[in-house]
Design a protein around this ligand. Sequence first.
Ligand code: GUN
Length: 285
Amino acid sequence: MSATIIDGRAVAQRVTEEVRIEVAEHVAAGHTAPGLAVVHVGDDAASQIYVRNKRRTTEAAGMRSFAFDLPASASEAQLLALIDRLNADPAVNAILVQLPLPKQIDAEHVIERIDPKKDVDGFHPYNVGRLVLKMPVLRPCTPWGCMRLLRETGVDLVGKHAVVIGQSNIVGRPMAMELLMARCTVTICHSATRDLPGLVRQADIVVAGIGKPKFVQGAWLQPGAIVIDVGINRLPDGKLCGDVDFDSAIEVAGWITPVPGGVGPMTIATLLANALCAARWQQEA
Ligand code: GUN
């Protein structure tokens, strides 16, 4: 058996086009185009690529992109002052601070400083709380993008056992909440979990977000499982790979997302949808 590949690029293109049309309608209704500020601190090469893609796609969707690049030596006070300025700027509807941040800056302080209505990542405790309470507005982009990819399979998610590998604030935890809201039975696994392969074998849906190249083996999977690979790892030869061993997993899974071309493009498409959502939320006030 060979799994069906879930084409994240194609789905992301459709979502981006939907957002572009909605932005045009928003502007035709007399509003200014939503503005997304992407803040990058430091010179991490991978982050630079993600940030560049986010800025480029924002403009392609008809939104305004505001770029702020701070040096790796920037202080927490400098970054907080920038966020205060962006919070107060009516042209900026959405603020994204690319993570990770240099070690002299506490990411929690930064996230809490962002106006929750401009928190396009959905990382502010207010927005996380809303997600946990089943009343999300701005929800973390990667997990929400993964939900869209899961729905692409056409499989009814209700009652399915979903195993989430990883418990990060960006992926694992919000992913578990999204799956729970879709009425899956959810198991969250992390580095202290016992018998991970045994748990993965019980999964109808596996979401891997741990940052370990090719970690999840095809032999662990239940035949026909849906595999969503959130990992983006660079191998010594420069090639990208996910957290799932794609070559063995494709032989067992029913559906699988590739790396690159799976979750990555969806995260950016979902970010654009969130930026429009933020602009609309601010109008309601
Ligand atoms: N770094 C890795 N993923 C993300 C994300 O979704 N948002 C932000 N702000 N930084 C990230």
